[in-house]
Ligand binder design. Structure first.
Ligand SMILES: Cc1cc2nc3c(=O)[nH]c(=O)nc-3n(C[C@H](O)[C@H](O)[C@H](O)COP(=O)(O)OP(=O)(O)OC[C@H]3O[C@@H](n4cnc5c(N)ncnc54)[C@H](O)[C@@H]3O)c2cc1C
Length: 267
């Protein structure tokens, strides 16, 4: 990685102008991934003077600044109390404390990594992303864009809800990247199901979500049908970490377990 200059603007408008002024200028989150991907950067724009490192509970939900680290996601009492702490749990599963003290939620979202544990857990919380210039959009909309806007992610807003949720990461070792990751959430009869690292980026299993949300009550058989639909509609591939068949198998087993944990079952 080579950096010509490092600047810490004192306003978002200044940071945005710097970003637009040269295609080789870049925003830095924690820089953990950038360091590995070796970009050549003209001006590295640091957002640390802009107060984006806070997690706040408001009347509409929970707001997370883009500079909040994964360690702060993991340990925040506000997030530990939100949807069974699903986001904290996903953050805790990532690499080491040292890495989590550096890596940010903004970099994790803008990186749009297929392996991301944070994205999978966030997706079932239906967050809205706020940018400096671009109109706000849901995380799902952002991940479906071919290319992210050249903009600054300012904050993430998780709407208030009474969701119950679970996250599962399957990896070869505790510190490794995932082979696959999954998250589910239920709020009354509405279900969200997300699978990441297939190895493609986190995606909602929309048909399975509709099937699950169509019923007032569930049995083990009805949840098995939901799992079958999810595995059918999502695309899985091989890579050096796992075969497509093994990923599919893992999702079948763990999705059924997670659904059972969040759903009252009728015998
Ligand atoms: C050794 C290692 C192991 C890892 N293991 C895992 C793992 O098991 N599971 C997992 O989910 N993740 C893992 N990660 C990824 C990590 O969790 C972060 O997602 C990653 O480091 C990116 O976060 P960052 O803050 O370092 O971003 P950076 O490297 O600083 O930035 C990444 C990208 O986001 C852009 N960016 C950053 N902030 C903003 C913003 N506010 N607005 C606009 N653009 C922005 C940057 O310009 C850059 O393009 C690992 C990373 C490393 C280095």
């Amino acid at each position: 990685m080579s950096i010509v200059e490092h600047q810490t603007p004192s306003s978002l408008s200044e940071a945005y102008q710097l970003l637009q002024s040269n295609p080789d200028n870049m925003i830095i989150g924690g820089g953990a991934w950038m360091k590995l991907s070796h970009p050549k950067v003209n001006v590295m724009i640091s957002l640390e003077q802009l107060g984006l490192n806070q997690i706040l509970e408001t009347s509409i939900g929970v707001t997370i600044g883009a500079k909040v680290t994964l360690r702060e996601l993991e340990t925040s009492p506000i997030l530990l109390a939100l949807a069974d702490g699903v986001l904290s749990q996903a953050a805790r599963s990532i690499a080491s404390v040292q890495l989590r003290n550096i890596a940010t939620i903004g970099g994790s979202i803008y990186g749009r990594f297929g392996f991301s544990d944070v994205l999978t857990a966030l997706m079932v919380l239906d967050p809205v992303l706020e940018f400096y210039h671009t109109e706000a959009m849901t995380l799902n909309e952002f991940l479906l864009l071919k290319k992210p806007p050249r903009d600054i992610l300012v904050k993430i807003i998780i709407p208030k809800s009474s969701r119950v949720a679970r996250f599962k990461k399957v990896a070869a070792t505790a510190l490794d990247f995932p082979i696959v990751n999954l998250a589910v959430a239920r709020e009354n009869e509405q279900f969200s199901i997300c699978v990441g690292c297939r190895p493609q980026i986190a995606a909602l299993a929309k048909k399975a979500m509709r099937e699950a949300s169509n019923r007032l009550t569930h049995t083990r058989e009805s949840l098995s049908r939901v799992v079958e639909l999810a595995v059918e509609e999502l695309h899985f591939s091989d890579n050096f970490r796992s075969s497509k068949a093994y990923r599919r198998h893992l999702v079948k087993v763990h999705l059924e377990r997670l659904l059972m944990e969040v759903t009252p079952i009728e015998n």
